[in-house]
Design a protein around this ligand. Structure first.
Ligand SMILES: [Zn+2]
Length: 219
């Protein structure tokens, strides 16, 4: 419940700023004083807040994911450090960021670590993939593909959840606290938020590939 309230606050903060393309990287000063203040309205706004995607929606989005090895040529080159700052990110989050960077070269901005009321970004578990021209059909399609790609790799990366266009897509072992959301303001229209279970902080000896990494992260 506390998580849910905090997520609402966090989302509200994002929306209140309304600034592109900085996403949610802003000061706590913009936050409401009390997380409870966001829970008073039991009615969703007409536009609707983020809500949990149905299993059908999760599957539909995952089906849009590109299949990099489909041509019979699995990527075996190490994934390079891409556009995402990897400082203070855990290994599965880095892995996801690098894979997305290679498969979606249109992406030029990914945010990672930052302070936040929720644990995902401060603990190096989440990235925000900023979608260029996010309101255009191409932007929406790109975001769908990236969100779908993360969901298609849910087990590999220990995806906890993906948020895109007002929907939360639970990953592996999705916690039930998400069901408390529903009053939230519009948000996550300009970026895909991807949260993993981390896998620990890198030692500097990791090598990331599209379909594996060494040393293998904990499952
Ligand atoms: Zn995020």
């Amino acid at each position: 419940m506390a998580f849910a309230a905090a997520l609402v606050v966090s989302g509200g903060m994002v929306y209140a700023q309304g600034a592109e393309p900085r996403c949610c990287v802003e000061t706590p000063a913009a936050m409401p004083k009390s997380p409870d203040s966001t829970t008073k309205s039991p009615e969703p706004t007409p536009a609707g807040g983020p809500h949990i995607a149905t299993p059908e929606e999760v599957n539909a989005l995952a089906a849009q994911a590109p299949a990099p090895a489909a041509a019979g040529q699995p990527f075996r080159f190490p994934l390079p450090h891409g556009v995402a700052p990897e400082d203070r990110l855990q290994v599965k989050t880095i892995w996801a960021a690098r894979a997305i960077g290679v498969l979606f070269p249109q992406i030029t901005t990914i945010f990672g670590y930052r302070e936040d009321p929720l644990p995902w970004h401060p603990k190096g578990l989440a990235i925000d993939v900023m979608i260029p021209n996010h309101s255009s059909p191409e932007g929406i399609e790109l975001g769908n593909q990236i969100a779908g790609y993360a969901l298609a790799n849910a087990r590999r990366w220990g995806i906890n959840h993906v948020i895109w266009r007002q929907k939360i897509y639970p990953g592996i072992g999705a916690p039930s606290w998400m069901s408390n959301l529903g009053n939230e303001t519009l948000n996550h229209y300009d970026h895909v938020h991807i949260a993993t279970d981390g896998g620990g902080y890198p030692t500097g000896h990791e090598t990331y590939y599209i379909d594996s990494m060494t040393p293998a992260p904990p499952q």
